[in-house]
Write a protein that binds this ligand. Sequence first.
Ligand code: FRU
Length: 515
Amino acid sequence: MISEKLRKAREYEQQYAPYVLPESRPAYHLTPMIGWMNDPNGFSCYKGEYHLFYQYYPYSVQWGSMHWGHAVSRDLIRWEYLPCALAPDQPYDNGGCFSGSAIELPDGQHLLLYTGVRCQTAEDGIRQEVQTQCVAIGDGIDYEKLDCNPVLDAANLPEGGSPFDFRDPKLWREEDGSYTCIVGNRPADGSGSLLIYRSEDAIHWTFDTVLDECHNEFGKMWECPDFFPLDGKWVILTSPQDMTPSGLEFHNGNGTLCLIGSYDEGTHTFQREELQSIDYGLDFYATQTLLAPDGRRIMVAWMQNWDTCVVVNREQRWYGQMCIPRELAVREGKLIQNPVRELEAYRGRRVFHRVTVCQEMTLQGVYGRMVDMTITLHPVENDIYQLFKLKVARGSQHDTTITYKPRTSVLCINRSNAGFRRDFVHERKCLVRRQNGELKLRILLDRFSIEIFVNDGEQALSTTIYTPLTADGISFECFGQVLAEVEKYDLIVEQSDSTATGEPVRFHQSVNEPQ
Ligand code: FRU
């Protein structure tokens, strides 16, 4: 049975999404069908396809009462929109269907575990938002919320836990067929903690343990947690709010945190060994992973950040994009991320140059805004250059500059000239591995973003740019001299659906039937 709110959202999508022209969107980064998108949700394999839901407000390009948008893909690059999956239509989620995850059940159904936000007014008149975890089960298009919702509420919190910050459940199936989920919470010290719950059926849950706690050290509340084994280690990913900077590792505001360590499955204790940011760019938050059928651990994230989403072009009918899905690994205590290999199937014309760069130069055939380019820098003899400078999305008035100083090992991205007219953060620096001026950068450009993968995935930096698409120049410069190998492919991705070409999205007939 489709509620009035969900019907309204689906009708709005059908009516207005065809006006969102494909050229107004990124070519291979997922954007909302229409309106606003934040966190990835329910990233899962279901019946042989990848499903990716997202925090969604179809009616505006700003955050509003949260629905779940929905898209499906066979290769994580080309996405087809499905109708809005969840609307905030129940007393326990009238304040929004917040982030959560999904899994295919043994009986072939698709289960969504999400945070229901209930608005209530306390005795003193203060408005409160109570957060609980809820389940909806469906067939990959339509989902039914369970009568027994919420399945986790204040009664399931450890002592001191806050029912007002209790969100973003991520669930997975254990080898024995039981289920585990991890949920973010705010304990008595006002910062963040990660709670583990266990279940036999993914519906009835019991509290197990506090996996890790912030203790006011890495920001405050820890949002969107994830926890999985990888390459002999265990990895926690989370997105802390209200961080303070720590060198070039963590920046102010909403950040990301990766904890790598060991896990004693008998006593359910996690022992931290290493920690780092997940992404060192300007726009990245709220990661979620899935385990692909071929064993790859694949991560997506919102390629935006609450602190950087202050500029919305009102003529644009969508806002928010996902990063390129990334294959994860752990190598020498570090999280390694690289674009999913499926992207390589979309490489078009190849251009290669091996050139000594000193003063500013352009290279024949090296330009574009939908590009997969790898630049490898080698110092010339033992002469360490002072600065390497790369400009992308360059036009007569615009550019985004990436610089590298081998003496300090600082890589910097600066989008001050990308065309933004607001004074929010436009520059981010990070420390890369010190290696005497050798550096490898793989750079993905889509129409409105830049993602940089450093030294085969040792670090990633993601940044949005809304520079006019006519600014498609790329230039190279060096203070000193450096030998650069530049391999560049155009990326040619035509989205399969598309609502904008008049093809209907996959709606069940019931959408148009009277209730
Ligand atoms: C993270 C977040 C989540 C929450 C959702 C609401 O970006 O704040 O904690 O579930 O966004 O849209």
